[in-house]
Design a protein around this ligand. Structure first.
Ligand code: HEC
Ligand code: HEC
Length: 422
């Protein structure tokens, strides 16, 4: 080879490298096939539809309910000892998670908290989907003895004493003082022995008075949560630029190769699909049971609970049963395999450590190593197959996952921290 030719080749090599670093159109065209580009575009945040209407909550789009729901979300007086709010575990300044393996309220639970960002898109809530609406989900922690640990009668009283005006403007008149006078201050089906006994003594009509207010607390909170959406990440900018000529690259080489693995060799996209990176379905991925915890059956047990749920989508407390998941049947709910959990969104995943339903893995490297090995499941059988990724490929996959972070995009007219009534 002549000296001149050598120099020319070197030049081509370096220009190529530069073009790669800057993600020029030329290189991108060579890097991704048309089919891949279409697939990549399906992951962009620009493809996130508007939040689906939830007919079971007629207040979902009500501006006053959204503002009130945000206050309820932050207010610790909605708890047994007035010390726990939704924001205790779903920390607004921390992508609405707490980074604990097992969530802690009045006690320690058996699952990791999920972020509430984008939860309004999910038909099934919780890791096992045991709630079929966002409003019914909110009622769970409020009465859970290891979370807010209070009772619905107490919460109805908080509304009456602190939020009466705002509440009545949205949901209509609260019961008269003579009715309140007859109702216990603390009573509910999951309270302590005294609180449960007080609940048992109430007539159906009296329970209904309390239940309506309790349910409306959930509906206002759900309206607020509907406004929390993932923000645009470096990954989205990369995708949105793909078809432009000479686009700036917002991802580096490792992240791009990681993305290629994500949609290709590692087949993560089978389950982590769409703009939220989740199919909202339930899968067994053979995640180990943590020490000191019993094996978790996941979805299968939840389906049984859902059918009997007091605040299910078809209950008298729902505003419409026309779109109920179990009835509309457009999910694999009933057929979910044993040991299956909901595919979580991967938006902001770098900040969602520790990972999996009980925080089994400390880092994203541990998660990827799990997928690579695809061990046998403790409950049921795992849907994963070993991936044979090299150490470098595993690192690149992690690098890509880390590019999915961005600040939450909340509705402009919500305050960062709401002012609570005194
Ligand atoms: C003690 C900590 C704690 C408190 C307090 C708490 N949560 Fe959670 N949250 C969790 C945990 C843990 C999970 C997952 C539990 C499971 O799947 O079994 C979760 C799940 C959720 C989900 C499901 C997200 C999804 O994608 O399925 C939503 C929504 C949510 N919480 C909202 C709320 C609201 C609203 C409140 C207040 C009324 C609240 N949480 C109070 C810990 C908490
Ligand atoms: C068969 C469906 C499926 C495939 C394929 C899959 N996942 Fe998952 N993913 C899940 C489910 C289900 C969970 C929750 C499992 C649990 O907690 O028991 C999960 C959890 C995760 C988590 C934890 C998120 C958190 O907040 O705790 C990460 C990270 C993750 N997956 C990344 C990946 C990557 C990277 C790949 C490809 C190597 C992949 N997944 C392939 C279904 C899948």
């Amino acid at each position: 080879m002549s000296f001149k030719r050598g120099v020319a080749l070197l030049l081509i090599f370096f220009t190529g490298l530069l073009a790669w670093q800057h993600g020029s159109a030329q290189v991108i065209q060579n890097l991704w096939s048309r089919t891949e580009i279409t697939l990549l575009e399906s992951l962009s945040l620009t493809r996130l539809p508007v939040v689906p209407n939830d007919p079971s909550n007629q207040y979902q789009q009500n501006a006053a309910a959204i503002t009130l729901g945000q206050k309820f979300f932050y207010d610790p007086r909605f708890s047994g000892d007035e010390g726990v709010s939704c924001a205790t575990c779903h920390m607004p300044s921390n992508n609405y998670v707490d980074n604990l393996a097992l969530a802690e309220g009045r006690g320690v639970g058996t699952r990791k908290s999920l972020s509430v960002i984008g939860a309004a898109y999910s038909q099934w809530l919780f890791w096992d989907g045991r709630a079929d609406s966002l409003w019914a989900q909110a009622l769970g922690p409020l009465e859970n003895p290891i979370e807010h640990a209070g009772t619905r009668a107490q919460y109805a009283n908080v509304v009456r004493q602190l939020y009466a005006k705002d509440y009545e403007a949205i949901f209509g008149k609260l019961p008269s003082e003579s009715i309140w006078a007859k109702l216990p201050k603390r009573a509910g089906p999951t309270g302590n022995a005294t609180e449960r006994a007080a609940w048992e003594k109430l007539s159906y009509a009296e329970r209904d008075v309390i239940n309506r207010i309790f349910v409306n607390i959930g509906k206002a909170i759900a309206a607020f949560e509907t406004k929390l959406k993932p923000g645009t990440s470096r990954f989205d900018l990369y995708i949105d630029n793909l078809r432009k000529t000479n686009p700036p690259s917002t991802l580096n080489v490792d992240e791009i190769v990681g993305l290629k693995l994500f949609i290709g060799k590692a087949s993560c996209i089978t389950c982590h699909t769409g703009p939220r990176f989740t199919d909202d379905q339930f899968h067994n991925t053979g995640v180990p049971t943590p020490q000191k915890l019993e094996a978790d059956e996941g979805r299968q047990r939840a389906v049984r609970a859902l059918i009997q749920s007091e605040f299910g989508c078809w209950s008298p407390y729902s505003d419409s049963s026309s779109n109920c998941g179990l009835i509309s049947g457009n999910t694999n709910a009933a057929q979910a395999p044993a040991g299956a959990f909901k595919t979580p969104s991967l938006r902001n995943v770098a900040n969602h450590y520790p990972y999996m339903h009980a925080g089994q893995f400390l880092s994203l490297a541990d998660v990827v190593s799990h997928y690579n090995a695809a061990p046998k499941a403790v409950v049921g059988s795992s849907q994963l197959k070993p991936l044979a990724l090299t150490q470098l490929e595993q690192k690149q996959l992690v690098a890509f996952l880390e590019s999915l972070s961005a600040p939450v995009s909340a509705s402009a007219n919500l305050l960062e921290t709401p002012v609570l009534p005194q």
